[in-house]
Design a protein around this ligand. Structure first.
Ligand code: PNS
Length: 159
């Protein structure tokens, strides 16, 4: 059975992430979407909020579960008994960093591989950072995130 982890910050989850999740879930038997608990990062949404947003968005995909993790991704993969990490590549700018991380992870644990999927073209420009930037100025984010998240994102900037 192929069990994989799709890790990220998901602050907030976007259509680009959802596209990756849907496609990855078709490739593997079990997909764990893992949210990094990183207190150093100044996150817009709490871990609990991010996990619940992801659960809501993936509730109809039976082989997807959502978790959070602390520390190194490669250790989390071992703890979850997963031997595959899936990451999306939007553009060549993602590549250098992702390659370095994947190679580091493989040195630490050669049992775990990293697989890259190229982002669907319609989401190649999209990132959580872009969503936050547009939302912070009250711009239209309906092309970036599902309808039910829009009000929650704007609300963060009114708090
Ligand atoms: O959505 P993001 O912010 O691009 O996700 C990055 C993430 C969470 C995959 C990456 O930062 C990560 O794996 N962090 C955990 C610490 C770790 O294992 N770092 C890589 C080895 S140096």
């Amino acid at each position: 059975m192929k069990k994989a982890i799709y890790p990220g910050s998901f602050d907030p989850v976007t259509f680009g992430h959802l596209d990756m999740i849907v496609r990855s879930a078709k490739i593997v038997d079990e997909l764990i979407v893992s949210v990094l608990r990183n207190s150093a990062k100044n996150a817009l949404f709490s871990i609990e909020e991010r996990v619940s947003m992801l659960e809501e968005m993936t509730k109809d995909i039976p082989n997807v579960t959502v978790r959070s993790f602390d520390g190194l991704l490669i250790d989390h993969a071992r703890d979850m008994d997963a031997n595959l990490i899936i990451r999306g590549l939007r553009a060549v700018t993602d590549f250098e960093y992702e390659l370095q991380i994947a190679q580091t992870n493989r040195i630490v644990n050669p049992q775990v591989d990293t697989m890259f999927l190229t982002t669907s073209l319609e989401y190649a420009y999209l990132s959580s950072t872009i969503v936050k930037e547009v939302a912070s100025y009250g711009g239209d984010i309906s092309h970036f995130v599902p309808e039910h998240l829009i009000a929650r994102i704007y609300a963060k900037y009114r708090e």
